[in-house]
Design a binder for this molecule. Structure first.
Ligand code: SF4
Ligand code: SF4
Length: 388
């Protein structure tokens, strides 16, 4: 099963409770980025383009668990960078699982086989392995030969030891429906992964290759061409039926950026996992003080082509709860790949892109270094007074 039954029940109960008690904005998935350092340099990555002093920083175990408690989301996704580089990743994962939260440990799998014995198989832990396609395509996307083979070997080893494994696939402009279908068949029939998480790539302003990102129109057509292929009904996706329907152009959705709040070394990122346009000191501050209506397709230039799950899955989940019969209809009949597409949100009144990220990073790096120096000084003086 792509999503364990216990997770479906817990998340469903959580969402219903939030709606019943009238919470307007609630998180579904915490995106916890404990570091930005990675052992790959993929051409579509917008997460690793920092100087070494930032790449060397880590969220501590305490900071990670505090973020989980503060946020309260039932699911925690741990992307990066590469989380398996973090020396205390075992303690972070164990602490989250002990809180009965569902962890998706995202990895490029280079270190996964070696580190499997750090973890215990559980329905609360899923390895989410970055694989963008079959061997030639994936190795080109991650700019290194041999990565596909290592990822496949790690997936097989993890499955043999009873771990839950998903593949996390990002689609770029070079991918065809045929190649994607072949890869999905391989992931489900050969690797036997629990599920596939699929999304179009977001056009990160800091990604090295800017030519490869899909426009909204192309994204929808690509997903229609993928979903209409023979055998598509056998693919297990971790995402909701209505999110897939949205990808295929059948829903006009606005994004729900607070559905997947992001905590990283700079704080709580505004407004979402993909855009860093400000940082809050606490989760409450993020929820209460972010100018949410400034963001989303039709409102902000940088959001124009975004159809990524971290913005739209929460919208689809809310729609499923508001219109369960619509969701059931799509589930039974499959995603419609023929009818005219749903209207697109007009872009005429979107505000122009602002480029604030580099300035923010400078200020926040300085702030974090001052806090770390203060913490070290306090620990030092505590140790001297204990010794005395
Ligand atoms: S593996 Fe992930 S974090 Fe690392 S460079 Fe590739 S996309 Fe970025
Ligand atoms: S559309 Fe939403 S999720 Fe996508 S970049 Fe904009 S704010 Fe983030």
């Amino acid at each position: 099963m792509a999503v364990p039954l216990i997770q479906q029940i817990r998340v469903g109960t959580y969402v219903l409770k939030q709606r019943l008690i009238g919470v307007k904005r609630y998180p579904l998935v915490l995106m916890l980025e404990p570091l930005f350092r990675c052992n790959l340099a993929c051409v579509g990555c917008g997460k690793i383009d920092y100087e070494d002093r930032i790449l060397d920083k880590r969220l501590s175990v305490r900071e990670c668990l505090d973020a989980v408690d503060e946020c309260g989301a039932p699911v925690v996704s741990i992307p990066g960078g590469e989380p398996l580089i973090h020396k205390e990743i075992k303690e972070i994962v164990d602490g989250i699982v002990a809180r009965k939260k569902f962890v998706y440990l995202c990895t490029n799998a280079l270190l996964m086989e070696k580190k499997l014995n750090h973890f215990t198989p559980s329905s609360y832990l899923t390895f989410s392995v970055h694989l963008d396609g079959m061997e030639e395509h994936h190795d080109r996307a991650v700019a290194q030969k041999g990565v596909f083979k290592r990822a496949v070997s790690a997936i097989r080893a993890a499955k043999a030891r009873g771990f839950r494994v998903n593949v996390n696939c990002t689609l770029f402009d070079q991918m065809t429906a045929e190649e994607t279908a072949k890869f999905f068949d391989f992931a489900i029939n050969d690797l036997d992964v629990e599920g596939i998480t699929v999304s179009p790539g977001y056009a990160y302003e800091r990604a090295p290759d800017q030519e490869q990102f899909l426009s909204r129109r192309k994204t929808k057509q690509l997903f229609r061409d993928i979903f209409k292929r023979q055998g598509a009904c056998k693919w297990r996706f971790t995402q909701s039926t209505l999110f897939k329907d949205f990808l295929a152009g059948n829903q006009t959705y606005e994004c729900t950026p607070w559905g997947n709040p992001t905590r990283n070394i700079f704080g709580w990122q505004r407004p979402c996992y993909l855009l860093g346009e400000g940082y809050a000191d606490s989760f409450r501050q993020l929820m209460d003080d972010t100018a949410w209506d400034q963001y989303g397709t039709g409102r902000y230039e940088k959001c124009a082509n975004c159809m990524v799950h971290c913005g739209y899955e929460a919208t689809a989940v809310n729609d499923t709860l508001s219109h369960p019969l619509k969701a059931l209809g799509v589930l039974i009949r499959g995603v419609n790949t023929e009818r005219p597409m749903a209207p697109e949100i007009p872009l005429d009144n979107q505000r122009p892109a602002e480029f604030v990220f580099e300035g923010l990073v400078k200020t926040l790096t300085q702030k974090r270094e001052e806090e770390e120096a203060l913490g070290q000084a306090q620990t030092g003086s505590q140790q001297s007074s204990n010794a005395a």
